[in-house]
Structures are given as C-alpha cells and as structure tokens.
Design a binder for this molecule. Structure first.
Ligand SMILES: [Zn+2]
Length: 171
C-alpha cells in the first residue's frame, strides 16, 4: 500500500493528514496568522518561564487571550513589522514584574528596547553607598526603607537581582 502524499509539496508522506508537517505549518501561518503568532509567542514565554529562577517566574505570568492579542497587534500591524531591524516591532512589558497581562504590554521598536534594557542595567549597577551603610548598621532612613529591606539579606538581592542598589563589594 502506498503512503498518502502531502497535498502541497507532493513529496513528503502525510499519514492521516492532508499536508506534511512543514507544509501544514506554512498553511496555518497563511490562513490563521494571528493564531499562529499567538501560539508561538505564548510558547516562547512559557519556555522562558521554565528556565527562569523561582524568584522571577512571576515575570512570565501569561494572561493574554487570543482576542486581546488580536486587538493589540492589528492596529500596529505587528505581524508584518516583526523582525530584527531597529525599527521592527516587538511586544514589550512596561514592568517586568507584572508579567504578560494586557495593560502591561506595549509595542516597542527594537532600538527602543535596547535603550530600555541599557537603562535597566545601569540602574541595577548603580551603587548606593549610603543605603549600603544604613543597611549595614541596620539604621534605615525611614520606616518604608526598613520595611522594603525586611527579611532580605545581601544574599537575597544577589540571587533575585531585585534591588537596583545591591551593594557589591567594592574590591
Ligand atoms: Zn508537504
């Protein structure tokens, strides 16, 4: 008995299906572009969440529906503007902490994102000597500052990367 051939390429076998898997993917992308892009996006966020340390998993919380994605992507023509040029668009979280919820998303040009990431790194690197000294002495400037530091050791900051003012040893 001869195996069933793919309807599109007529080369690969397509058992129990009309198209082989690569033609099927191409076809889906063509007839259901938003669904395909949404699924890829959701999967890539899930993959990043799986790799993230426990303290950062919440940054990849994903609560976007397909409908929300369409409403977000259509007006800015996101699907056609994806890519690796400086002016290409991608989906950015305004605050990483809040994860992927619709109010936290904005379309951003790649070049803007590079700038944003650099700012974030610079902020994380900034060393607040005075805060470090207050922390060392356990004498905080305010109740709020003490509260924010509560239960957090230097080790906590080192692992979570949470504080932009993590006091790195100056040697
Ligand atoms: Zn095929």
């Amino acid at each position: 008995m001869q195996a069933k051939k793919c309807k599109d390429c007529e080369k690969n076998a397509a058992p129990r299906k009309v198209r082989c898997s690569s033609c099927d993917y191409r076809h889906e992308k063509q007839v259901r572009p938003y669904e395909t892009a949404f699924r890829q996006w959701r999967n890539s966020v899930a993959a990043r969440q799986a790799k993230a340390p426990e303290s950062r998993k919440h940054e990849y919380k994903f609560e976007i529906t397909l409908e929300q994605f369409k409403e977000f992507a259509r007006p800015v023509d996101l699907l056609d503007k994806r890519g690796r040029y400086a002016t290409s668009l991608h989906i950015d979280r305004k605050e990483n902490e809040k994860g992927y919820v619709i109010d936290n998303l904005q379309p951003l040009e790649n070049s803007d994102n590079v700038r944003k990431e650099n700012e974030r790194r610079a902020k994380r690197k900034a060393y607040d000597w005075e805060l470090a000294e207050r922390r060392r002495l356990g004498q905080y400037a305010s109740e709020d500052e003490a509260k924010a530091d509560e239960g957090k050791s230097v080790f906590y900051y080192a692992v979570s990367g949470e504080s932009p003012n993590f006091p790195k040893a100056p040697y």
